[in-house]
Design a protein around this ligand. Structure first.
Ligand code: UDP
Length: 240
């Protein structure tokens, strides 16, 4: 057991931050927050703050990255040095490369990239404050930013994690649960088709625990999806 592990993660049905096991943290999404970007979004989710900026379709540099049959969707996930309690060394590291890659793979299936051959769609995801679940916050933000840029998409992609803490399955881990818990299962879904476009796992679940965590994360994603849709409605619903 790691030093600092809480004695109990759940007391009288409530988690350390007062939530029920199946309750996600409060989430707010705003679309179109950056004037210079083609599309953008800001997501505040629990203690996480992410801003996503989408540029494109635009010329590809370096040119050899261009694909003749579709646009390349490039995600750049970056955690600000001040976003975590111990200062994070600025710049790219293995973790940010991994998260950029899985974010791009989570979003690619919904973007009509074949409409824009030989171009790039670039999305920058900046994590301004981190409190566990930044990849899910980033995917959620990036997907609204791409929609805000007017790029045709089959659907939005919401993301949410579930995990295991003190032997219990809970949704949307907070930082202490993420640090000291036994397992974490971040997931992204494509609600219209029911496809899963991100599924990662850290730690161990029994098969029945995995099933429960999977269902909880899926329900969490569906809740996030509603907030994403509302963010777009708030901006574009008022335009007629
Ligand atoms: N974290 C940190 N410093 C780092 C990387 C991560 O303090 O350099 C914290 C941060 O709060 C993050 C959490 O650890 O949200 C969990 O990180 P993980 O790699 O599991 O990804 P995430 O849950 O953010 O998608």
């Amino acid at each position: 057991m790691k030093v600092g592990t809480p004695e109990k993660f759940i007391v009288k049905g409530k988690r350390l931050d007062g939530r029920a096991p199946d309750e996600i943290r409060p989430i707010k999404i705003e679309a179109g927050v950056l004037k210079r970007a083609d599309g953008s979004a800001r997501v505040e989710w629990g203690g996480n703050i992410a801003v996503a900026a989408c540029y494109g379709p635009r010329e590809v540099h370096p040119r050899h990255m261009a694909k003749p049959d579709k646009a390349v969707l490039r995600i750049n996930y970056n955690m600000a040095p001040f976003s975590v309690s111990d200062r994070k060394r600025p710049g790219t590291d293995r973790r940010s490369m991994e998260i950029s890659k899985v974010t791009s793979e989570a979003l690619e299936p919904v973007v009509f990239t074949h409409l824009y051959p030989n171009t790039a769609i670039d999305v920058f995801v900046e994590i301004l404050n981190a409190a566990a679940g930044t990849r899910c916050t980033g995917i959620t933000a990036a997907s609204v930013a791409i929609a805000d840029a007017g790029i045709p998409m089959k659907d939005l992609v919401p993301a949410c994690a579930a995990g295991k803490v003190g032997g219990e399955i809970v949704v949307d881990l907070c930082d202490i649960e993420d640090n000291f818990g036994e397992a974490d299962l971040p997931m992204a879904i494509i609600p219209r088709t029911g496809d899963i476009s991100l599924l990662q796992m850290d730690g161990n679940f029994t098969p029945s625990e995995f099933k429960k965590a999977f269902e909880m994360a899926k329900t969490g994603c569906e809740q996030v999806y509603k907030v994403q849709m509302d963010a777009l409605r708030n901006k574009y619903g008022k335009m007629e």
